[in-house]
Structures are given as C-alpha cells and as structure tokens.
Design a binder for this molecule. Sequence first.
Ligand SMILES: [Zn+2]
Length: 201
Amino acid sequence: MGIAYLLAKASGKLLKVNFNIPLVLVLSILPDIDIIFQFLFGSNIHRGPTHSIIVAILVFIPVFIIYRKKATPYFAALASHSLIADFFIGGQIQLLWPLSTREFGLPELGFPYISINSPINVVLEFTIFVIATVVMFKTRDIHVFFKKRKINLVLAVPIFTVLLPTFVGYPIHVPFLLVLPHLFYLVLFAIAVLIVLKDVF
Ligand SMILES: [Zn+2]
C-alpha cells in the first residue's frame, strides 16, 4: 500500500491529476483477493490470474478510454502489486496469464528467493511504510481518512482481507517490526469506515 500510494502520488504530480487515496490503497491489495478464493475453493491460484499484468491492462482499457490520464495513478497502484512488490518478494507470479502460465519474479531470474518473513523484506516494508506515512502527513493527505465520504467504505476491503485476518490467527503471522504498520493501517481504516457509518446506525 505504501508503494502504491507513493507511485500514485508521483504519477499524479507528473500528470497534474488528483486521485482518491482510499481507492488507490484498495487497488494495490486487490490482486490478493485470490487468497480468499484459495481459502474457499482450495484451488492453488494465489499469484495467478489476479496478479496478471495482462488482466490489469484489459481491465483498465475502458477506464483509460473514459478517464484518460486521470486513470494513471490507479493503474500504477494496481500494477505495482505484481510488478514491484510481489515480483521482488516471493516471485512466482503468473504475470502473462492467460497468454502464458509461466511464473515471474526475482527468483525466476536467478536471484535469491526473498520470503515475506525475511529480514530484507521486513526492513524494506517498514522503510516504505515510514516514507509513505511521512508524505501522507506532510501533504495533509491523512485528512482524507477523517472526512465523511462514502467512498471511504472501500477501506473495508483491506480491513477484512489483509489486515484483520493476520491478527485474528494465533500465533500472529506478522513479523514483529511490521505489527506497527499493520495496526496503523487497521486503526486508520477502521476510523475512516466508522466515520461514514456513524450516521447509518
Ligand atoms: Zn499478491
């Protein structure tokens, strides 16, 4: 989410377009909905079709036709999941599905395999989280989470797919250094969702 936010920020500045931050954050983790499919149907499809850059491009063709350059920060957020984050950490992504089921990533290029729990990844993720959070505060982007905007309800997606499940299970599968970023996003997103829901109930 940190990488996606920073990329969206950079592309938005470059192209002089605004973007919705919660939507960018959700798009950045969306490929991992395949974990739910895997959980429900038991099929081994993680890092498969939902991580394909071909699928991402196909999905975004109509978005680019309608919204033109305004779609760029969103596409950058979605593509960063497979092309940057998962590519470097773990690999084994079917980047070209359905054209090919070949798996891509750093290990496939002959580099050592870096697992999610490896110290290299933990330090990388923590650093990116700190940079993204500093930028969020400095640019006052953080305010968006405290405004009553219905679109903020999309943050329920990361809450229930990637943030909450890692805390519900025992032992906690989050490396110690990454507990803080996890909690930060979890609390921030929960506040944003509750602010919108406050008047509903
Ligand atoms: Zn993934």
